[in-house]
Design a protein around this ligand. Structure first.
Ligand code: ZN
Length: 303
C-alpha cells in the first residue's frame, strides 16, 4: 500500500512539474502558421493557434485563453505586415512573456522572409481604406511562400532546440518535397485560368493570383476593408460586361449579397475560396488547403 502511494505521488509529480525536455511550446497567430510549424516541428513541439481558420484574421478579440497561450509560449509565429495590428499588441502586453516580444529569439515575424506584394507607392492615409504600409499581408496564399515560411520556422526551431535539429531539418526537407510536387500538380490543374481577369472581394487574393498566373482587376469592396457602395457595384457590372470577366473569388467570411447581386446582373461565377487551414472541415494542413482552393476554383466551371 505504501509503495503504491509513493509510486502514485511520483506519477503525479511527473505529470505536474514541467520537464526540462518538454516539447517546445509554439503559439501562432493563424492556423496556416500552425500547420506549417506542425509539419516542420513534428513531435518535438506543441503548437496552438490564437485564432481559428474560419474567421477573418484581421480581427480577433483578446480572450483570457489567448493570454494564457502567449504567457506559456517559447516561440510566437506571426504573419506580420500589420495583419494582426488590431489585436496582437494588446495580447502581448497582457501575456507578460518577454521571450516572445519583438527582438527576442521567441518572436518570429514571417513577413520578414517574404517579398511582399502590394506595397503602396505613396504615403498611406486613412481614406484609402485598410491599406497596409509594409505591403499586403495575405502572402501564405502563394504556396511558394509556404516553402520559405517552413524554412524560416525550421531555422528558428533549430536555434531554440538544437537537440532536435536533425529532426527539424529532415521534416523540413520532406515537407518542401511534398509541397513542391503538389505545386506542379496545382499548376497543371489551374493552367486554363492563366491570363484570365478575375474580380476578388478583398485585396487578399493577390498572392494566389500571382502564384497561378491570373489577374485580379478589381475588388467588390469599394476600398480595402470598406463595404461596397451601390455606385461601385454599378461600375463593376459595367466592367464585368465590357471585359467579359467570368470569375469572382472571395473568402467564406465575407457577405455574399453583393457578389450574388453581381451574379444576377452579369452571370459571373462565384468561387468561395477557403483562405486558411481550418476554414472548413477537412482542411487540416497546408497542402489540404491548396487542394481545397484548387478544387473550389475548378468547381466554378469558369475555365
Ligand atoms: Zn487584408
Amino acid at each position: 500500500m505504501r509503495i503504491f502511494f509513493i509510486t502514485c505521488l511520483w506519477c503525479v509529480t511527473l505529470l505536474t512539474v514541467p520537464q526540462s525536455h518538454a516539447a517546445l511550446q509554439v503559439v501562432t497567430t493563424t492556423e496556416d502558421l500552425a500547420a506549417i510549424a506542425r509539419a516542420v516541428g513534428g513531435d518535438h513541439i506543441k503548437v496552438e493557434s490564437l485564432t481559428p481558420g474560419s474567421r477573418d484574421p484581421h480581427f480577433a478579440e483578446a480572450k483570457p485563453s489567448m493570454i494564457r497561450k502567449v504567457y506559456g509560449a517559447d516561440l510566437l509565429l506571426l504573419i506580420g505586415a500589420e495583419m494582426e495590428i488590431g489585436w496582437l499588441p494588446l495580447l502581448l502586453r497582457s501575456g507578460r512573456n518577454s521571450q516572445v516580444l519583438s527582438g527576442n529569439p521567441g518572436y518570429l515575424d514571417l513577413s520578414r522572409t517574404i517579398t511582399l506584394l502590394g506595397k503602396p507607392t505613396g504615403p498611406v492615409s486613412r481614406d484609402m481604406g485598410d491599406v497596409h504600409a509594409q505591403g499586403n499581408p495575405h502572402y501564405w496564399l502563394d504556396p511558394e511562400n509556404g516553402l520559405l515560411m517552413a524554412q524560416a520556422i525550421s531555422e528558428r526551431l533549430v536555434a531554440l532546440d538544437p537537440d532536435h535539429s536533425n529532426a527539424y531539418r529532415s521534416n523540413l526537407a520532406s515537407f518542401q518535397q511534398r509541397l513542391t510536387n503538389k505545386i506542379k500538380e496545382w499548376q497543371i490543374t489551374l493552367a486554363p485560368l492563366k491570363g484570365s481577369e478575375v474580380i476578388a472581394y478583398h485585396t487578399s487574393l493577390i498572392y494566389l493570383a500571382s502564384a497561378f498566373g491570373f489577374q485580379i482587376v478589381d475588388e467588390v469592396e469599394s476600398k480595402p476593408g470598406i463595404a461596397p457602395t451601390a455606385a461601385h457595384l454599378n461600375q463593376l457590372i459595367k466592367r464585368i460586361e465590357d471585359d467579359q470577366i467570368k470569375l469572382l473569388i472571395m473568402e467564406p467570411y465575407y457577405e455574399q449579397r453583393s457578389a450574388k447581386f453581381l451574379q444576377d446582373k452579369t452571370g459571373i461565377r462565384i468561387g468561395v475560396i477557403p483562405q486558411s487551414v481550418g476554414a472548413k472541415s477537412g482542411i487540416d494542413d497546408y497542402i489540404q488547403l491548396f487542394d481545397a482552393i484548387v478544387s473550389a476554383l475548378k468547381q466554378t466551371g469558369s475555365f
